[in-house]
Design a protein around this ligand. Structure first.
Ligand code: CDP
Ligand code: CDP
Length: 224
């Protein structure tokens, strides 16, 4: 049976990584979290106390030593041999990442890495520009959405469970700002591919969303 390439895009908190991971597990595919790759560079900027201007980010991108591994359903991220899997999920990284992700030189390097990771098929890749730019020939393209209040609530729950104290309204504004930056950037902005299937997860459970994706895979595999 053909090992498909599945692209999942959408705004923050729509459920992309959760459902992508579960769908990959059920299909025996590899899950590739492209957001983690941009987060790793944002973390480097913060760690080194650098200004996130185009020149600095381009220089970091040119010497990027990034390793993404996917073992037993878990993605691990390392930069220069240091494991930063948890460190890239902080509110500070959330605030900086879309600025860093605007830099064209970085996006070009990521594009090459991401296409390389998907080359063999049998992958579920999630991000913002996967169906439109990174994998325009993907077998299945999904655009996941949910209302802004639902997405903010989900992120708030996640962060408070980790011990962060933050106001829901403030988080909602941060997510809106990040979505706007992602949608309006010049290179490979957040957008749905013309042939993407829209799934609104506002009132859809994780399992129901995964089932919809698996159903699309089944239909697709019956045609190839
Ligand atoms: O998990 P969440 O949806 O909050 O974010 P993420 O998927 O980890 O992505 C973090 C950020 O990386 C996004 O807000 C984008 O600025 C950037 N990104 C991107 O530009 N292109 C991608 N393919 C994936 C992420
Ligand atoms: O990757 P993305 O930013 O699109 O979202 P996520 O990190 O997969 O999901 C954000 C949070 O929403 C997680 O805590 C999920 O468990 C939760 N979620 C949910 O409650 N219902 C869904 N249908 C999808 C995700």
């Amino acid at each position: 049976m053909k090992r498909l390439i599945i692209a999942i895009d959408g705004p923050a908190g729509a459920g992309k990584s959760t459902v992508a991971k579960l769908a990959a597990q059920q299909l025996g595919y590899t899950y590739i979290d492209t957001g983690a790759m941009y987060r790793a560079v944002a973390w480097q900027v913060l760690q080194a106390g650098l200004e996130p201007d185009n020149k600095t980010v381009a220089a970091l991108a040119a010497s990027l030593d990034l390793k993404l591994t996917y073992v037993n359903g878990k993605t691990a991220v390392a930069v220069n041999g240091r494991d930063i899997t948890e460190a890239i999920r902080t509110p500070e990284v959330n605030r900086l990442v879309s600025r860093v992700a605007q830099v064209q030189a970085l996006r070009e390097i990521m594009l090459t890495l991401q296409r390389g990771l998907a080359a063999e098929g049998g992958v579920v890749m999630d991000g913002r520009d996967i169906g439109t730019h990174v994998l325009p020939n993907a077998d299945i393209k999904i655009f996941l959405t949910a209302s802004i209040s639902e997405r903010a609530q989900r992120r708030w729950q996640e962060l408070t469970a980790k011990g962060y104290t933050l106001a829901l309204a403030e988080l909602e504004n941060e997510i809106k700002t990040r979505d706007k930056a992602d949608c309006e950037r010049e290179f490979a902005p957040l957008a749905a591919a013309a042939d993407a299937v829209f799934i609104d997860t506002t009132e859809l459970s994780i399992q129901a969303t995964v089932e919809k994706i698996l159903e699309l895979c089944k239909e697709r595999q019956e045609c190839v």
